[in-house]
Design a protein around this ligand. Structure first.
Ligand code: AMP
Ligand code: ZN
Length: 487
């Protein structure tokens, strides 16, 4: 089988994946800033890393997946100016900042669960790691690459860039970046260089989220949280760091600089970046007004939507694009995905019914190789899905022709589909309201009740009905037979 190769933004090449400490793998992904509901674009990024997490586990690696929660320090400008996004929402809604965070954290977890994302191994929050961020800031000052001005600590980008490659990740030129920065930014006079960014910010009197520090009361900058938390849980150097492509030029560039300035080590071996979900070619974003929430998508409640689509159809739609390509949202594409998803799920169900015999003219070895080659080629899910559909075509034709395959082939195709479709791609059969298990159990119980009624054991029949009611299931004996509802 081919080796897993991952495109590294840092080297701009697909590299053979060699974990620093196999079979252990450390992966850090920048999580959400919890000041609003996660939109579908955000979900795409986390879904892409869910497939990475799932596939690495499938290959037998023991993955520690850390995805943080930003609950402090992310300013409106994504830089060093403006109000803290969460504090602003708290002020507007007259809530505690942590109430805002909790509200959106609950929703975020629910949405990712709807999409069947596995929870990360650790989900640390910035506000829970202020001490670590202060310690890291102190070290960077000690190493001469940060300085304090009036309670704010700045990272000295130009000094850093004299010794280390500051723009390695973005591939931009430092001179151009310097020229591109505007002069009139707030706080510009306090910092020595135009590109310097805050590791620690002095809190103005009205600022709610504040902590004591060696530099007075303040709060951490946005970038330092990820450096502090990734090194705490994954070590100074770990295997994979990920996030959306929009994080490359500033957030991730500064994360690398901070870790190198603190520990003389580049934090991650591989930097992975997901491309954007777009609407009519434009990045889906709250500020552009073209974003919608997963719930609106499920229910078809948005001007851009012709109707609703189920979470698994949306997941399937997302997986049909490679994570490094843009994916444009459209109703037509979702409708095609719905058909494709149903075809795939029907075929998975059909496999169990295929008849076996001693010989078979169908083989699935080639399809298996194609699927793994695709996934090993930088997690190429669309190509893997295309190979699976070749399998679907064969399964359907065996079934239609009432043909047979060998028991060994049947076992192989069953294993391939269940492992890739369910475990790696994270798709699941959709049920209407109740899980297959619950429906199966209810059919069994109501069958048994019918049996006791036939024997005129009405006491037993009533007991079944009453006990079911106690657990919230109401059985109704109507003209059309027995029905049940659950609350
Ligand atoms: P935020 O909460 O804004 O910090 O974003 C959380 C994650 O979602 C980041 O990794 C962003 O890069 C990513 N993201 C934001 N918008 C999109 C989009 N339209 N498509 C894909 N990922 C996105
Ligand atoms: Zn981050």
């Amino acid at each position: 089988m081919s080796e897993l190769r991952i495109y590294n933004t840092l080297s701009r090449e697909k590299e053979v994946f060699q974990p620093l400490n196999a079979p252990h793998v450390g992966m850090y992904v920048c999580g959400p800033t919890l000041y609003s509901f996660a939109h579908l674009g955000n979900c795409r990024t986390f879904m892409s890393f869910d497939v990475v997490f799932r596939y690495l586990k499938h290959l037998g690696y023991k993955v520690r997946y850390v995805r943080n929660i930003t609950d402090v320090g992310h300013l409106e400008s994504d830089g060093d100016v403006g109000e803290d996004k969460i504090a602003k929402r708290a002020r507007l809604e007259k809530l505690e900042p942590m109430e805002v965070v909790q509200l959106y954290a609950v929703d975020f977890h629910k949405v990712l669960d709807d999409f069947n994302l596995l929870p990360p191994s650790i989900e640390p929050s910035a506000s829970g790691h202020v001490i670590e961020q202060i310690e890291m800031t102190k070290k960077i000052i000690e190493n001469g690459l940060a300085y304090e001005v009036d309670g704010t600590v700045w990272f000295d980008v130009e000094k850093f860039a004299k010794t280390y490659p500051y723009t390695e990740l973005s591939g931009r030129k430092l001179d151009e970046l310097l020229e591109g920065t505007r002069d009139n930014l707030e706080g510009q006079s306090e910092k020595r260089g135009r590109l310097d960014f805050a590791l620690w910010k002095k809190a103005k009197p009205e600022h709610i989220m504040r902590w004591p520090s060696p530099w007075g009361e303040g709060f951490p900058g946005w970038h330092i949280e990820c450096s502090a938390m990734s090194s705490k849980y994954l070590g100074e150097q770990f295997d994979i760091h990920g996030g959306g492509m929009d994080l490359i030029p500033t957030h991730h560039t500064n994360e690398i600089a901070q870790s190198v300035a603190c520990c003389k080590k580049s934090p991650a071996k591989i930097w992975m970046h997901t491309n954007m979900l777009t609407v009519n070619g434009q990045k889906m974003s709250k500020s552009l007004g073209n974003s919608f929430l997963p719930e609106e998508l499920f229910e078809g409640r948005h001007a851009l939507l012709e109707r609703g689509y189920s979470p698994m159809v949306v997941r399937f739609f997302m997986l049909q694009a490679h994570y490094r390509s843009t994916l444009d949202f459209s109703n037509a594409a979702l409708q095609a995905s719905e058909k494709g998803f149903q075809r795939l799920m029907n075929a998975v169900k059909l496999i169990a019914d295929l008849k076996t015999s001693a010989t078979s003219s169908f083989h699935f070895e080639k399809i298996k190789t194609e699927v793994y080659d695709a996934l090993n080629d930088d997690f190429n899910t669309p190509v893997a899905i295309a190979a699976l559909f070749e399998g679907v075509r064969i399964i359907n034709s065996i079934n239609d022709a009432k043909d047979t395959i060998t028991a060994a082939d049947k076992e192989q195709v069953q294993k391939l589909f269940s492992e890739i479709v369910f475990d790696v791609l994270g798709l699941k059969q959709e049920t209407t309201g109740h899980s297959d298990k619950v429906s199966g159990l209810m059919n069994l119980i109501l069958d048994l009740r019918k049996d006791v009624r036939t024997k005129k054991d009405f006491a037993a029949s009533d007991k079944i009905r009453d006990e079911l009611l106690k657990v919230g299931i109401q059985v109704k004996d109507g003209k059309e037979g027995v029905t049940w509802t659950s609350n």
